[in-house]
Every structure is written in structure tokens, then in C-alpha cells.
Design a protein. Structure first.
Length: 324
């Protein structure tokens, strides 16, 4: 079971309205409920606050978060987009009926529910101001209170505001892009760690900074997308490189094109050109680079070679250990 509670609140009875949170919630639901191939991923429940007759009040929000985390599941994911508040007692997520900051659901409560949950993986995604305080002890940002199996990813630090742009939260736009495949690895998995890396690299030093806290032994895949290379082809790394530090020798027989050959150069050999096509695929995925040449074509025509990049060596080790 993979369960997701998705909340987006634009309407605040006693405060300033927001404009992109409800759309963001629906965008997150749309990307989470199916894998890239259309198969079922998360069983999503969406609650939105759009106006006086469509609202998420504090009691309802607290009950729904508790309900999410009380059940055993492979993954229990909570996403919130709306107003956040911080004061000496900690951080809060504000509901439609919140009259003041501390009348929201406290982040300490959310973490308490998650920390006590029997679910194997608990993931909390917060696109709200000051959300970076989540997972820390009130009054001490340096003390984490994240239990094993819990991951927290927030739009901004405890001191920052979460911004909207073009009708959507900047953080959620990047989050959805990451789930679409921008943060996928070569096997097509999108993990919380890769999502954070994608968002972190997309925001500059002067912009809101995402916060990532986790206490897991292994990242869970949040979504599976089409991988840029088949698993069978990825496993062939071992066929060409017996060890990660090896260099694969090339010569003109590997290049299928006749154009550009000097007189006396040997003709292409079909078996070698098939191998070269695979090596070029690895090159396009940054798994290997030519040695002493600017392009793979030059490496072949000049009888040089190619070697694995650090990324290629990483996947070579995974293949060698039967981890792929």
C-alpha cells in the first residue's frame, strides 16, 4: 500500500488568501497516482480549501494527518501547500479557520504522528513558509527529531518564505518536474534524495532554500518513469569493462562510417560497430568518456580508447554486485 494525503489551501477566513496552492495539490496528485507507464502508484486523497463552502479546518486537517500515519503501509506521504507560521513554540501549518499562527496544526504534532507510524516509509513534503523548522526540536534548530523511516522535504528554511510564481509554488513546480523524470536515475526511479538534489540545484543561493532531513537505511522510490537505457543494456557494462578502472581500446574498425578515413585505414567490422553503438549510448548518458580525444569518433579513428566516468563506475559496481 502506498498512501498519499495531499492538502492545498488558498482560502483563509481570517488571513491573506493564496492563489496557487489548490492547483499545486491537484498537480501533485496527478503525478503521484500513476507511474510513468500508467500503472497505479499512490492511492491519493486530496483535500482543498478554495472558499467558505470548500474548506479544510484545523480539526479536519489534524484528523486526516493522524489517519494517514496510523495505518501500516509501504509509504505514507503527506503533502501540504498553504500558509505556514513560526514562533518560539515551533512551526505550524495553517488551516482555513486559523485565527492566529498557533491555531494551526503544529509541525511537532505532524512529526509525532509520523515518528510513531507503523508505515515502513513516512514522507512529509511541505510547501509553506518557515517549513524548514519541521523535524527539529523547538528552540534548537540543530537537534533533529526524525525517527527511523521518516523523510522531511520542505520548500524553505525556518527563516524563509515559500514563494509563488506564475500561479504555482516555486518549490512544488520543481517537485512535480522531478517526479516527471527530472530526478530519475538510470533505472527510472525517483527517490526523495534525488528530488531534493533536483530542487537544490535549481534554486540559487539568494532564493528560498529547500531543507531535507531523513533517517532511512534505504531510499524508497516515489515514482517509476521510463529509463533512458534498458536494464539489459546497463548490465552489459561488465561485458566491456572487467573492472571499473579499465580502458576499452578502440580503432577504426569500430566506426561504421567510411567518410573521413585516411588511406590504408581498415574497414568497419560489423561486430565492432555494434559494440561501438552501445559504447556511444553509454557516452550520451555520461557513463563513459573517450580518452585523449574530444569525441568518440575521434577516439576510434585515432585508435585511442574510452573509460568509465565516476557515474559509470558506480553503475558497474551495482551490476557486479547484482544490485541491478
Amino acid at each position: 500500500m502506498r498512501r498519499a494525503l495531499i492538502v492545498g489551501i488558498n482560502y483563509y477566513e481570517h488571513g491573506r488568501p493564496l492563489y496557487g496552492c489548490v492547483d499545486d495539490a491537484h498537480a501533485v496528485k496527478a503525478i503521484l497516482e500513476r507511474h510513468g507507464d500508467g500503472s497505479v502508484n499512490f492511492d491519493c486523497v486530496v483535500y482543498t480549501g478554495t472558499g467558505p463552502t470548500d474548506r479544510v479546518d484545523r480539526g479536519d486537517l489534524k484528523d486526516r494527518v493522524e489517519e494517514l500515519f496510523i495505518h501500516d503501509a509501504e509509504v505514507a506521504l503527506f503533502y501540504f501547500a498553504g500558509h505556514g507560521h513560526i514562533e518560539a513554540s515551533g512551526g505550524y501549518l495553517l488551516a482555513c479557520d486559523s485565527r492566529r499562527g498557533d491555531e494551526g496544526i503544529s509541525l511537532a504534532e505532524v512529526l509525532t504522528f509520523a515518528n510513531a507510524s507503523p508505515a515502513k516509509n513516512k514522507v512529509i513534503i511541505l510547501d509553506s513558509c518557515h517549513s524548514g523548522i519541521a523535524g527539529t526540536k523547538p528552540g534548537d534548530d540543530n537537534v533533529a527529531t526524525v525517527a527511523e523511516g521518516v523523510t522531511v522535504l520542505t520548500a524553505s528554511t525556518a527563516q524563509q518564505y515559500a514563494t509563488e510564481e506564475n500561479g504555482h509554488g516555486v518549490f512544488t513546480t520543481l517537485f512535480v518536474d522531478a517526479l516527471h523524470g527530472g530526478a530519475a536515475n538510470l533505472t527510472g526511479d525517483v527517490t526523495p534524495g534525488s528530488v531534493y538534489a533536483h530542487i537544490d540545484q535549481s534554486l540559487g543561493a539568494w532564493e528560498q532554500r529547500p531543507v531535507f532531513r531523513t533517517n532511512v537505511k534505504q531510499f524508497v522510490s516515489l515514482r517509476k518513469v521510463q529509463s533512458p537505457i534498458s536494464i539489459a543494456d546497463l548490465r552489459r557494462l561488465k561485458d566491456f569493462f572487467s573492472s571499473p578502472g579499465d580502458e576499452f581500446p578502440l580503432d577504426p574498425t569500430f566506426e561504421p562510417e567510411m567518410k573521413g578515413r585516411d588511406e590504408g585505414m581498415p574497414d568497419p567490422v560489423p561486430e565492432n560497430t555494434r559494440t561501438f553503438a552501445m559504447l556511444q549510448k553509454y557516452n550520451r548518458l555520461n557513463l563513459l568518456v573517450p580518452v585523449g580525444a574530444s569525441h568518440m569518433w575521434n577516439a576510434a579513428m585515432e585508435s585511442r580508447g574510452c573509460r568509465l566516468t565516476p557515474l559509470g563506475q558506480h553503475y558497474h559496481r551495482l551490476v557486479s554486485k547484482n544490485r541491478i
